[in-house]
Write a protein that binds this ligand. Structure first.
Ligand code: C2E
Ligand code: MG
Ligand code: MG
Length: 390
């Protein structure tokens, strides 16, 4: 017997009973041995040390023999090891018991992990979050499409059009992400971004070219409050840009709340901004709104410009729109002009301003400045007689 004492306590250890295992497996047999001498300190009741001694081996620590499963575990710090065995039936029974408990738990945990992962991934790649990140990382770019006075072929300004360049893919069209921003309640953020970018890259240029203007596109909901008026005016003031050099385009992709929008449009006009109604004749922009909103410029949509020089009668609508604009004393800009025949047709009917790929596509700020510098000097190019003069 070994005795150990501390204060009033004495511990008595029987060297033949060093080990004790509490297990429900009745077939379990084991022995603890010294790895230097291979002598057993203690063995379970149902096995002889000589029997286990024959099974001690290096390396192979898990093995089957005589219908039993053995495993040997060696201590990493002491010269001591344990050899354990059970019947094969008991081993597989225990294995199945463990598996039936841990397997469903493992499967449930894996499914939960996959669900959380795919949800996070979906959220990260949702169009809303992607647009939010693009705005935060200032990835959206403004391009400028020249607007031409066709009386003298002079560029009077440009429309700022937003672009979303992909990392390695194509540039995303605003026709896709502006409705997304509108539906997700992010359009105010997009508009603030446009105003900031516009003045950042064009502010000084506009101040030194007071004959030029830039038109920015606002969505109907941007007119639900007057906050943009002071915001744009402050920017214009800080860059010494005249208020008349910024024009505002209103697009009606959704239903326009005329009573809510009209006071803000009028406040813009009173502050000196000219307002254009964009894409006139499409979507919700109709005659009633044109009259009620009381704007300065009417932009004839490309869908009508496309029909001007075709043989069918759809150009009659464009003629009516132009007549109506003249009656309301509005300036008119034809959008999406692609051929000289269209210019000629429009000029004859008194449309003074055109915008389209015939003149130039929308381009980055630097390119636009270069384009202006290379443009031929304004000339009174011979034009076909105007409608009023016929
Ligand atoms: P929009 O204001 O009517 O702009 C004119 C669109 O017609 C532009 O498309 C322009 O690239 C395209 N276009 C111009 N000339 C031609 C032509 O000759 N041929 C053809 N095929 N297309 C021409 P874009 O840039 O894709 O813009 C689509 C719409 O997205 C814009 O229509 C505007 O409603 C909206 N948008 C663009 N930028 C902004 C923005 O900063 N804010 C808001 N709220 N809307 C924007
Ligand atoms: Mg526009
Ligand atoms: Mg348009």
């Amino acid at each position: 017997m070994n005795y150990m004492q501390k204060g009033p306590y004495v511990v008595v250890v029987n060297p033949f009973s060093y080990s004790s295992v509490i297990a429900s497996d009745r077939d379990l047999a084991y022995g603890v041995f010294d790895t230097k001498t291979n002598l057993f300190f203690s063995v379970s009741n149902n096995v002889e040390p000589a029997e286990l001694h024959a099974l001690i081996r290096e390396g192979d620590t898990f093995f089957n023999q005589n219908g039993r499963v053995y495993t040997i575990a060696r201590s990493a710090i002491r010269p001591i090891a344990v050899i354990m065995s059970t019947s094969r039936a008991s081993y597989y029974h225990n294995f199945c018991d463990q598996a039936s408990l841990t397997l469903p738990l493992g499967i449930i945990c894996s499914i939960l992990l996959v669900l959380v992962w795919s949800r996070t991934r979906r959220q990260y790649h949702s169009p809303r979050n992607m647009l939010q990140r693009a705005l935060s990382c200032r990835q959206l770019r403004l391009h400028y499409q020249p607007i031409i006075d066709i009386k003298n072929n002079r560029c009077v300004g440009a429309e700022a059009l937003l672009r979303w360049p992909g990392f390695d893919g194509p540039v995303m069209n605003p026709a896709e992400f502006i409705p997304l921003a509108e539906n997700e309640g992010m359009i105010a953020q997009v508009t603030d971004y446009v105003v900031d970018e516009l003045f950042y890259e064009m502010g000084e240029f506009l101040a030194s070219h007071p004959q030029l203007y830039i038109a920015i596109n606002l969505s109907a909901s941007d007119f639900h409050s007057a906050r943009l008026i002071s915001q744009i005016s402050e920017k214009a003031h800080s860059y010494a840009v005249c208020i008349g050099q910024i024009k505002i385009e209103v697009t009606e992709r959704g239903f326009i709340d005329v009573p809510k929008t009209t006071p803000v449009i009028q406040a813009f006009r009173e502050a000196g901004y000219e307002i254009a109604i964009d894409d006139f004749g499409t979507g919700y922009s109709n005659l009633h709104n044109l009259h009620a909103l009381n704007v300065d410029i009417l932009k004839i949509d490309k869908t009508f410009v496309d029909t001007l020089t075709t043989n069918n009668t759809s150009h009659l609508i464009a003629e009516h729109i132009i007549e109506m604009a003249r009656g309301l004393r509005l300036k008119t800009i034809a959008e999406g002009v692609e051929t000289p025949e269209q210019v000629s047709w429009l000029y004859k009917r008194g449309v003074q301003y055109c915008q389209g790929w015939l003149f130039a596509k929308a381009m980055p700020a630097r390119e636009f400045m270069q384009w202006l510098a290379n443009a031929p000097a304004p000339a009174n190019v011979p034009q076909p007689p105007r409608h009023a003069e016929i």
